[in-house]
Write a protein that binds this ligand. Structure first.
Ligand code: FAD
Length: 545
């Protein structure tokens, strides 16, 4: 049985206390620890249980930000994309994007002129319907990527587009373009950054919540933290406290008496459908009915369709997709792929997250910049908000540069090695998956677990490459303590199968490792299923309940 030890020391003094274990907090923990700062990170739920597991999973420059002339952001994000492809191979991998253009023609030159003088009045798709603008956008994107360009863009004829994506609607199709970006498993990327931060000495804890801040003469000197695993509270004193709480930033700042809001949060939702129902070979860029750019993104045997963007001021803990959003995403997908005839029955799962966008008055939610902002004060506190998954490393650097003059090292810290071999006689799809997700030393440990117990190489679900040894590994090496940690954010099974059938089996397996009795096992299953039910609540709306 695996023991859980006391994880904090009451009264401990550190250089840095980070609140929030999404990609932003994890990135700061790694940066700070690698520069020699004594660091503790606390996350109230599981690592990446907030926005960092609910993104579109794109490691991208963001071609649509060109429209807003957000050139600095695109340039920076493309540089980070190049770096992440090298620092986390397999977890971050190249992906071609197809922009099909319908009803193009020279009348769209007018739109181009309009954009030049008034970018907020033009949508990206309106803009790139002008052949010149399409060429300019993809060429500029490649130019900004510079040496880190993945592959050169291509301009395609109507015939070319249909030959590579035969399910696309031919009606009104004029042509298109291919450009390259990358796909990254957000929850595993966050976890790898946490693991690396721990290797450098940061104490990163999930299920540890900041209850309140400790003040001395008007200065924040630390926080009172509840370890939710043993229900004890601890006082941690810190030279600096960094709030990296994503969409919870304003809520956490309020605990330090800061009333001024930083965020203008928006909700974004996705539906996931089987790839054999939406057979695409590239990520496809689609224009939604309101002009928003939406994507169909292939992920193994699934396609993620998203996202929506809706202002959202309720608790991020309660975010979920509505039937209206499901309808919106189905409608976009069916406009581009009418022969798929996608319906509610095709949806495997859905998920929603809240973007921690900076409040920029006067701009629509879609036009709000994805740049981050760092705010210092009141004394003892630094807050970071905004930004993107892709740019987490520069965001972290921006924070840690304010705390130490030591040089940032994260551009050269490998988050995962390139692996090719899984030393177990196993099916090819499992081998492929293993080398994509795990580092060499992790693969060796998983192989050892299988040597100790050959049953662990069996599949958890017949159609997916996940094996039982991963559950042992997630508990032993990846800080998974709850059933939902394993199913959602270690194996990502939730995204592939949300009917919960496998939950009981995994809970029983975990129960043997963690010493759970049958009551505990049932409680974990119930808890996980209620999370699934919350995410799939739109089904009730469909049924008219
Ligand atoms: C729909 C959608 C699609 C997106 N797609 C992309 C994309 O494709 N590419 C891209 O680059 N970016 C994308 N983004 C943006 C990106 O996902 C976010 O910018 C990023 O994940 C934010 O990370 P974070 O760590 O700041 O916040 P989070 O991941 O939300 O982490 C904050 C953490 O703070 C914790 N916390 C809150 N209160 C406390 C407390 N009191 N004590 C301790 N911990 C606390 C929370 O539990 C949470 O885990 C997308 C965002 C959304 C919503």
């Amino acid at each position: 049985m695996i023991e859980l030890n006391e994880r904090l020391l009451d009264g401990e003094n550190v250089d840095l206390l980070i609140v929030g274990g999404g990609i932003t907090g994890a990135g700061i923990a790694l940066d700070a620890a690698s520069r020699g700062l004594k660091t503790i990170l606390v996350e109230k739920g599981d690592f990446a249980s907030g926005t960092s597991s609910t993104s579109s999973k794109l490691i991208h420059g963001g071609i649509r930000y060109l429209k807003n002339r957000d050139f600095k952001l695109v340039f920076e994000a493309l540089r980070e994309r190049g770096l992440l492809l090298r620092l986390a191979p397999g977890l971050v991998k190249p992906l071609p994007f197809l922009i099909p253009v319908y009803d193009g023609g020279f009348r769209h030159i007018k739109k181009l002129v309009q954009w030049f003088f008034n970018p907020e009045k033009t949508t990206m798709m309106e803009l790139i319907k002008a052949p010149l603008a399409l060429r300019m956008s993809v060429a500029l994107y490649d130019l900004f990527a510079g040496k880190r360009k993945i592959r050169k863009h291509q301009i395609l004829s109507r015939k070319d587009v249909l030959s590579i994506e035969p399910m696309l609607s031919p009606s009104g199709l004029k042509g298109g373009a291919i450009y390259w970006d990358a796909f990254g498993l957000d929850f595993r990327l966050t976890l790898n950054v946490v693991k690396k931060a721990r290797e450098y000495g940061a104490n990163c804890l999930n299920y540890a919540e900041v209850l309140e801040f400790l003040m001395e003469n008007g200065k924040v000197v630390g926080a009172r933290i509840r370890d939710r695993l043993n229900d004890k509270t601890y006082r941690i004193f810190a030279r600096k406290v960094v709030i990296a709480a994503g969409p919870w930033v304003d809520e956490v700042r309020a605990k330090a008496g800061i009333k001024q809001r930083m965020l203008r949060p928006t909700k974004g939702s996705h539906i996931v459908v089987p790839r054999d129902r939406l057979k695409i070979n590239n990520a496809v860029v689609m224009e939604a009915m309101d002009g928003r750019l939406t994507f169909a993104i292939p992920w193994d045997d699934l396609v993620i369709v998203g996202t929506t963007e809706i202002e959202y001021y309720d608790s991020p803990d309660e975010v979920r997709i509505t039937k209206d959003e499901v309808d919106y995403l189905l409608e976009v997908a069916n406009r581009y792929f009418p022969s798929a005839e996608l319906g509610y029955r095709d949806i495997i799962t859905t998920y929603s997250g809240v973007r921690p966008l900076i409040d920029e008055r006067g701009l629509s939610a879609t036009d709000v910049s994805r740049e981050h902002r760092v705010v210092e004060g009141p004394e003892g506190i630094i807050t970071i908000a905004g930004g993107k998954l892709t740019t987490y490393r520069v965001m972290a650097k921006d924070v840690v540069d304010r705390i130490t003059e030591k040089e940032c090292l994260t551009h050269s810290i490998q988050l995962k090695e390139q692996c090719t071999d899984f030393p177990v006689d196993i099916d090819e799809d499992i081998r492929e998956y293993m080398v994509q997700v795990y580092s060499k030393d992790e693969i060796e440990r998983i192989a050892e677990l299988i040597e100790e117990n050959p049953h662990l190489k069996e599949r958890i679900l017949p159609d997916h490459p996940h094996i039982w040894a991963e559950v042992n590994f997630a508990i032993e090496q990846e800080f998974a303590v709850r059933l939902s940690d394993v199913i959602i954010r270690r194996l990502g099974l939730y995204f592939k199968e949300s009917n919960g059938e496998v939950a009981k089996q995994i809970a029983e397996h975990m129960g043997k490792l963690l010493g759970w009795d049958s009551q505990h096992i049932d409680a974990e299953v119930e808890d996980y299923l209620s999370e699934v039910k919350k995410n799939m609540g739109w089904k009730k709306e469909v049924a008219g309940e």
